[in-house]
Design a protein around this ligand. Structure first.
Ligand code: ATP
Length: 859
């Protein structure tokens, strides 16, 4: 059997071809590499098809051969493999035969061949607590003997927060002090060092020609450069990067420079740099970050506190569950932790860096999976992720790079077999996995999930929770708000919120029921409901559990929260406006094209509206009637006004119906994408462009069918020989402006169900203000009000072509309607007003769209 010798850092292993070997940081693995850039289970080496192959397990930072990221490749003697970084990650040197110095790997020589170990998140993690003592019969809090029964002290479960010292700890004062102070990293050892000689320029970027190659898709190809100036100082220059360069968490202007002081920390993607003398220390954020919240308090208008003094801390690689009755502030807490709605008091520490102060940089390390899916269900998994990746990654990433990252994430979440299925055809649990996959694309270190298992059956609930367990084990901090209590044992810590928004418990999940003195969570929640005014927070703070698990972090005095600076609130735009617009248009067209029902309706609806108008006095034309010789007056042509009324209302309805659900149904997707750099105007314009084209086409269909079968004037006012087109133009414009009104409704409502009554109301109002049912001109107040209605202007424009002042002449003594004058001037004014109304609607949609954005971005 051919053996392989792998050398790393002076150590050698001889690998036997009869089994496979896992490589990673997991001490239980075969080849243990203690380097932060290497994933827990990073890769596997095995003998297959007559050679040795290495297969990456969807590791966070990748495996590289000859500078190329690989998924599975054959190992060649003398060709090293880098793990975690293409250039300076741990280097494995394969050689062909067993070298005399090589030590046979113990497992290989002493153990029988074994199957490849499962990846950590595929199996439930052993987190069994001590066998639970039988709880006492539940009693109300005011009854005697209901005092908390703290479990016996368990020294081994004492939490250790290596990077989260209290006020006396080394990192405490810095974390609360000026943003980005140097000692934040005092307890971390740098991942790599780089020498920076005087006068030298060291360029950072994704491209291999850079001196400092960062294999991180969040980083631009040529991102920034350090410049060691002759006077001994050093400056950082941003090279027009897409995601920005940060000094102490604050962005430096695009293309700008900043001279670095001794305590300054530079952030580029997931890497952070600090200059110590002529040595540049690089810290790579592999996801293993501690996380804590201190004294978080949220006060709403009126002074009511909906989140009260919430503190907790977890070390790296933790899975935290947050549970609590409805209205206990779980969503509010999530918003405070993600910066969507920063707390008014207290702070959130990300690896001891103040999240609010350094929001601009740290926001990119946060993934948020909202309760509703953040993908277009009509698309295939791969396509949906491809559009999301295009919007989130820098413009200079190639589609191959993005596709590679998507494949990596799909494999990691075991979704590769589903990648060509439509999202809508997946089970609830799989759909949630796809939403998680989307957030994992950018390799966040912190992942927040809002009720990911709601609506899932118990099997899927477990499946999703095990997935989260695996994400945490692989080096991320995961916090999940949930209503499901079945799988809490998989979590490292449990935060229980009490009515009113205060903490009722924080600690190991298996001690929680004992803490409350109940045997089931249903009892605990009933107690919350029945004793809403009980001082749950006081009970928690008086407990032994509090002293064990939270007193340290709580000991720091509460501080007024630092509002993120304005430049931090607006996320960097990884893509330019036009590129975002094009991607959004393409995505929208893909969504529409995949919905055959909508496509069919798009044609059938206007065709039916146009056709039914032909049933009205089919042999009558749309020209003015001759004078009645007896009265000397023109006999009104009721057919013309009725036909125009039907066509106009049809266009109104079709236009508004196209758009009325559009923004509300995508609200969650928009909110998430907006927080990751989506341009509001690009989003809005993509909707206006696609829906505009559809409605204009529908208007044309309505107009051509409705007018072509009738006698109409031979000459138009503007398009002389094309009266049919001239008559259809107002119908098309009316469809467009109604579509814009529909967007206003869509931006205003809170649920999609409310759109239908508003659509009906809008359409009926348009019927009234067409001017076909009663004379508007000469009716003070009503006439002026009608100027706000698109149907008024559209009917007037078509009426000007048809000469409505003669088709429906005013009562004797009344004046002609100036908007209906059979002149080019009147027609042009009507059309300009109609389109102008659409533009004004666009302005209002943009304003109202803010309601769909994270609170912090609404100002
Ligand atoms: N902007 C606000 N103004 C006033 N009150 C608010 C505001 N936002 C939330 N609240 C109130 O704060 C309380 C907590 O709301 P939150 O949505 O955080 O609870 P929750 O625990 O997530 O509830 P659920 O489980 O039902 O989602 C509720 O009583 C809610 O009505």
């Amino acid at each position: 059997m051919p053996e392989l010798v792998l050398e790393y850092n002076g150590r050698t292993w001889t690998l036997d071809s009869s089994r496979s070997y896992t490589i990673g940081r997991d001490p239980q693995g075969d080849l243990v590499l203690d380097d932060a850039r290497v994933s827990w289970r990073h890769a596997t080496v095995s003998h297959a098809d007559g050679g040795w192959v290495i297969e990456d397990h969807g590791s966070t930072n990748g495996s590289y051969v000859r500078g190329q990221r690989i998924q599975r490749t054959r190992l060649e003697p003398g060709v090293p493999v880098h793990l975690g970084n293409a250039t300076d990650g741990p280097r494995l040197n394969p050689s062909a035969a067993a070298a005399p110095a090589a030590q046979p790997l113990q497992h290989a020589s002493t153990q029988a061949p074994q199957s490849q170990p499962a990846v950590p998140h595929a199996q439930p993690q052993p987190h069994p607590g001590p066998p639970q003592q039988a709880p006492q019969t539940p009693q109300p809090p005011h009854a005697g003997g209901w005092d908390p029964r703290p479990p016996a002290p368990q020294p081994q479960s004492q939490p250790s927060f290596p990077h989260q010292a209290g006020p006396a700890g080394p990192a405490g004062p810095q974390a609360a002090g000026p943003a980005g102070a140097q000692p934040i990293y005092a307890e971390r050892s740098p991942t790599t060092f780089h020498q920076l000689a005087l006068g030298r320029v060291m360029r950072i970027g994704r491209a291999l020609e850079n001196e400092l190659v960062v294999s991180d898709l969040q980083v631009s190809r040529n991102h920034a450069e350090f410049h060691a100036m002759p006077d001994g100082r050093c400056e950082i220059r941003d090279l027009g990067s897409h995601n920005g360069t940060y000094v102490n968490g604050q962005p430096i202007p695009k293309g700008g420079t900043r001279v670095l002081g001794p305590s300054d920390v530079v952030g580029v993607g997931h890497s952070t740099f600090r200059l110590v003398g002529d040595r540049l220390e690089e810290f790579v954020d592999t996801g293993e970050v501690s996380f804590s919240a201190r004294h978080l308090t949220v006060t709403v208008d009126g002074g009511k506190q909906i989140l009260k003094d919430v503190s907790f801390a977890v070390p790296e690689k933790s899975l935290v569950a947050v549970i609590g009755p409805s209205g206990s502030g779980k969503s509010t807490l999530l918003k405070a932790l993600t910066g969507y709605r920063p707390a008014d008091q207290g702070d959130v520490l990300y690896d001891n860096r103040n999240l609010y102060k350094q929001f601009a940089e740290l926001r990119q390390r946060i993934g948020l999976v909202p309760q509703d899916d953040i993908l277009h269900k009509e698309l295939t998994v791969k396509k949906a992720l491809a559009y999301a990746a295009k919007l989130r990654f820098p413009a200079d990433t190639t589609s191959a790079e993005r596709a590679a990252r998507i494949d990596e994430v799909l494999r990691e979440l075991k979704l590769d077999v589903h990648k060509d299925k439509k999202v809508t055809s997946l089970s609830g649990g799989q759909r949630k996995r796809v939403s998680v996959a989307l957030e994992l694309l950018t390799k966040p270190s912190l992942i927040f999930l809002d009720e990911p298992t709601s609506g899932l059956d118990p099997g899927m609930d477990r499946d999703v929770m095990q997935l989260l367990r695996g994400l945490a084990d692989d080096g991320r901090t995961v916090l999940v708000v949930t209503h499901s209590v079945a799988e809490l044992a998989l979590c490292d810590k449990l935060l229980v919120m009490a009515p009113g928004g205060a903490v009722a418990y924080f600690g190991p999940p298996d001690e929680a029921l004992n803490f409350f003195g109940y045997s089931t969570w249903a009892d605990v929640f009933s107690a919350f409901e029945n004793y809403r005014d009980y001082d749950w927070a006081g009970r928690w703070k008086g407990s032994q559990h509090y002293r064990t698990y939270a007193a340290d972090i709580d000991a720091v005095a509460p501080q007024t929260a630092y509002a993120p600076p304005p430049q931090a609130i607006r996320p960097p735009k990884p893509q330019g406006w036009f590129s975002q617009f094009l991607t959004l248009v393409r995505r929208y067209v893909s969504v529409i094209a995949s919905d055959r029902g909508f496509l069919a309706l798009m044609v059938i609806l206007p065709a039916v509206i146009g056709s039914v108008s032909l049933l009205i006095n089919p042999d009558r034309g749309l020209l003015p009637n001759p004078l009645n010789p007896q009265t000397g007056r023109i006999v009104p042509n009721g057919t013309a006004t009725t036909v125009l009324l039907i066509l106009a209302v049809g266009a109104c309805f079709a236009g508004a119906a196209n758009s009325v659900r559009e923004l509300i149904k995508e609200r969650v997707i928009y909110e998430r994408e907006r927080a990751t750099g989506l341009s509001r105007s690009a989003y809005l314009m993509s909707k206006v462009f696609v829906l505009g084209l559809i409605t204009v086409f529908q208007g044309l269909l309505v107009g051509v069918i409705g007018f072509a079968g009738r006698e109409i004037p031979e000459e138009g006012l503007l398009l002389e020989g094309m009266a049919l087109i001239e008559l259809s133009l107002p119908i098309m414009g009316l469809g467009f402006t109604s579509m814009m009104f529909g967007l206003i409704i869509s931006a205003l409502v809170r649920t999609a169900e409310k759109t239908m009554p508003l659509l009906v109301m809008f359409s009926i109002i348009q019927v009234v203000f067409t001017g076909c049912l009663f004379a508007l001109h000469g009716t003070p107040g009503v006439n002026e009000f009608s100027y706000l209605m698109p149907s008024r202007w559209a009917v007037a424009a078509a009426g000007a072509t048809l000469d409505f002042n003669r088709i429906a002449p005013p009562e004797p003594g009344a004046a002609n309607d100036p908007l209906w004058e059979h002149t080019l001037g009147a027609w042009s004014l009507d059309m300009i007003a109609l389109i102008g109304l659409g533009a004004v609607c666009g302005f209002f949609v943009a304003r109202f769209l803010r309601r769909h954005e994270p609170e912090v971005m609404r100002k």
